[in-house]
Design a protein around this ligand. Structure first.
Ligand SMILES: *Cc1c(COP(=O)(O)O)cnc(C)c1O
Length: 497
């Protein structure tokens, strides 16, 4: 199995090299040259296995340069001790047809742990295979949840360093505190004055800057990315969708072959793209319902074929979805245009130069075959949190609420009552002020006071890893301008390893 760039399909690399590089030098994203297809009956076989065994089986279809033992070892290191509960991604049934796939039982209480707990182990093994002894420097821009999840994943992993930039005004207090208090000798965190897109764009520029790369190379280091563009993050996300389907077989909610829809609260298009890959592998997923907040650029694109960032940017109560440039969409476009790398390049150039592009009707029709899209504002999400809590005593966070709201609207509009998996992407305690306001109408200024109040009302206790934050001393309290990020990176990693 090889991976190719969406902007140069003749570049073909094995998975280790792909994971080390993160982003292709031509600016493209790596995708599998051929998507492996599950055999008939395989989902039922997977249903009998543990999460780690399932992961090993699925990874081995893509990562043929790794042994099965290596893959199992990576999965066990990632998913055994650091997740609460028996399985890293449990499902909770609500009513007749809805299954909440809870992806937030890891160390940072958000779904990004699912990929970022395993990526460092993939990377260390990949570097061993590359055999040039270079140290990996992880450079990442975060809308909040990624940064902390990456920091936890890479903390004290030998042979790696990590630098995280986050938009100063684009993360919650808890998210900021989670990053500022990060432990570890090989970690560094800096706030950026600007929004997520500014931060991500600057990181991409640094990433491809020849001078900075040379400097790193001289010092025996190289960049890699923990952003959701890395194949090493995409693959673990495919696993939990396949595993969720297998769980539904195992618990006799469905039989192999039954169609299930999937609803995903979406920002960078990484999580929902993984569901699409699972579908391409043969998992009988029906509609993939893409849920956005007020930054509804994807709702427009998936329903009209026009992608335009020339619009107002909103800061919402679901900040990890406050994104206008959804990087992973490039992979979908590549898959849907018969892998025409020239076409992908032209589309991305148009996005860079004009802030927009449109795709032909033929592609839009294909998109509509697989995807449905909707959005809601903060008020819609807030009401839905209360509705869920009153109806099912189920508490969800603000991102997940966007998905539930969009799903309910979809069901009402279409009458489609197909069983649905809804990706639940964060613990409600990660965004406690908004959640408290939803269920009680009360506005408190402090995240921790709000969390205590939610505990009183719901009886659900705050995860330990969040509760402990209020006692930790912040280590990384600095901020910089967008223009200073490159210098910051050089001064942090410019030295010899
Ligand atoms: C990152 C994130 C999302 C969006 O996921 P994408 O892969 O960027 O689409 C949704 N919810 C939460 C809580 C997140 O952290």
């Amino acid at each position: 199995m090889k991976f190719q760039s969406t902007r140069n399909k003749d570049l073909r690399l094995d998975s280790a090299e792909t994971i080390i590089r993160g982003l292709s030098d031509d600016g493209g994203l790596f995708v599998p040259v051929e998507v492996p297809v599950l055999e008939k009956g395989e989902l039922s076989e997977l249903a009998k296995l543990s999460y780690c065994e399932r992961a090993k089986r699925i990874f081995s279809k893509y990562m043929t340069d790794f042994s099965e033992d290596e893959l199992l070892e990576c999965a066990e290191k990632a998913y055994t001790e650091r997740f609460n509960g028996d399985t890293p991604a449990p499902m909770v049934k609500l009513g007749e047809n809805v299954y909440m796939l809870e992806l937030w039982h890891g160390p940072t209480c958000a779904f990004k742990d699912m990929a970022l707990q395993i990526l460092p182990h993939f990377l260390v093994k990949s570097a061993e295979k590359a055999g040039d002894g270079k140290k990996t420097v992880i450079l990442t821009a975060t809308s909040g949840d990624t940064g902390k999840a990456a920091l936890e994943g890479f903390c004290n992993v030998s042979g790696t360093e990590i630098i995280v930039f986050y938009p100063k005004d684009g993360v919650s207090k808890i998210q900021q505190l989670q990053m500022q208090t990060q432990s570890g000798e090989n970690v560094c965190v800096c706030g950026v004055i600007g929004n997520f897109d500014d931060t991500q764009t600057a990181v991409k520029t640094i990433f491809t800057d020849e001078k900075i790369r040379e400097k790193l190379s001289e010092n025996g280091k190289r960049f890699s990315s923990a952003n959701s563009i890395n194949v090493g993050r995409l693959l673990p996300q495919i696993v939990y969708y396949i595993s969720a389907y297998a769980d539904l077989i195992e618990s006799e909610e469905i039989s192999e072959g039954d169609v299930v829809n999937v609803t995903v609260p979406t920002g960078n298009f990484g999580n929902i793209l993984a569901a699409y890959y699972a579908k391409m592998m043969g998992v009988p997923f029906g509609k993939l319902i893409c849920a956005s907040n007020a930054n509804n650029v994807l709702t427009d694109f998936l329903s009209t074929g026009v992608y335009s960032v020339n619009r107002k940017f909103y800061m919402t109560e679901s900040p990890s979805m406050d994104i206008l440039v959804s990087s992973n969409l490039e992979r979908l476009i590549f898959e849907l245009c018969e892998k025409d790398d020239g076409y992908v390049k032209s589309v991305m150039q148009s996005l860079r130069e004009h802030g927009e592009y449109s795709v032909p009707d033929e592609m839009l029709n294909k998109i509509k075959e697989h995807f449905s899209a909707g959005f809601t504002d903060d008020e819609g999400a807030e009401k839905r949190i209360k509705w869920l809590f009153d109806k099912y005593s189920y508490l969800c966070d603000t991102h997940t609420a966007v998905a539930v709201e969009v799903y309910e609207k979809y069901r009402e509009a279409t009458g489609d009552n197909t069983k649905t998996i809804i990706a639940s992407t964060a613990s409600p305690y990660k965004f406690p002020r908004a959640v408290l306001k939803s269920i009680s109408g009360r506005s408190l200024d402090d995240d921790f006071d709000a969390a205590k109040e939610i505990e009183n009302i719901s009886g659900l206790s705050m995860p330990k890893q969040l509760r402990e934050l209020s006692e930790k001393e912040p280590r990384f309290t600095g901020f910089c301008n967008r223009e200073d990020m490159a210098d910051f990176v050089l001064s942090t990693v410019g030295g010899e390893s």
